[in-house]
Design a protein around this ligand. Structure first.
Ligand code: NI
Length: 270
């Protein structure tokens, strides 16, 4: 599989889960803008057979290089950033939830999901747009997870698939700042993640980021009833050049920590 084919699959899945995304992209393209994807992010569980290191070979196979690890203490996450073979190709960010740090009930729910995963499925790159690899959880378990870890609830209900694509603001001609882009997104009727401020980061840390609030769709739960749950969102990133004159290649954990909340059932609005 080529890198372009890989991202075509990801976009098809992401656009179906995130109806706002093709609309936001089209609105910028209608103004003559070229949309370049800064990065795609995935979420998984630090459990066999779907841990971060089990998914990584699919990125290495299409030319990605591990760049830098990140840690999110409050959210109980570990993550890695990956650099693409060429500058204008998307970076990739993969995070995994540390299950050992959850409450016994939440940990048991998540272990029960991972135990259902067919390990052979994980050996194929399409695991990265597979969605749920387990039976739907009960709505009771889902609500329990939401109270303890929004990230756990999201992975349980949505599965493994691109969590967001990101418009690279650097490539836009008429919009120079993340805030300018957020205003367009709001003008189209979509909410903006304001947790920690609308724009996370600053030129000082060489990266500014903002995001929409995730779309909400009916998803199945184990009681046979579909209920609304947050799916995926669009991110917007502007990179600045460092002392070496090159655009900052990595991620900023403090900013990403707040961006995660774009899929919160309860938060990200204040
Ligand atoms: Ni991101």
């Amino acid at each position: 599989m080529t890198l372009d084919q890989f991202f075509d699959h990801l976009w098809a899945d992401y656009a179906a889960m995130t109806p706002q995304a093709p609309k936001i992209k089209a609105a910028f393209e209608a103004q003559g803008e070229r949309i370049v994807n800064d990065h795609v992010a995935f979420r998984t569980l630090a459990l066999e057979p779907i841990g971060l290191k089990a998914l990584e070979p699919h990125l290495l196979a299409i030319g990605y290089t591990p760049y830098e690890p990140y840690k999110f203490e409050d959210k109980k996450l570990d993550a890695w950033g990956y650099l693409p073979p060429k500058e204008d190709q998307p970076r990739v960010f993969v995070s995994e939830l540390r299950i050992d740090e959850l409450s016994p009930r939440a940990a048991a729910i998540m272990r029960g999901l991972a135990a259902q995963v067919d390990a052979n499925k994980v050996k194929s790159p399409d695991v990265l747009w597979a969605g749920r690899l387990w039976e739907a959880v009960s709505y009771d378990d889902y609500q329990y997870l939401v109270e303890e870890s929004e990230y756990a609830a999201w992975v349980a209900s949505i599965g493994i698939r691109p969590n967001h694509f990101t418009i690279a603001v650097n490539y836009l001609k008429q919009y120079r700042s993340v805030e300018d882009v957020l205003k367009v997104v709001e003008g189209l009727g979509y909410g903006v993640n304001s947790s920690g401020g609308r724009v996370k980061g600053s030129p000082d840390v060489l990266l500014e980021q903002g995001s929409s609030l995730a779309d909400r769709m009916k998803v199945p739960f184990a009681d046979g009833v579909e209920r609304e749950a947050p799916t995926c969102y669009y991110e917007f990133a502007k990179r600045y050049a460092g002392p070496d004159g090159k655009l900052f290649p990595g991620f900023v954990a403090k900013s990403a920590d707040k961006i995660f909340e774009s899929t919160d059932v309860k938060g990200a609005r204040s």
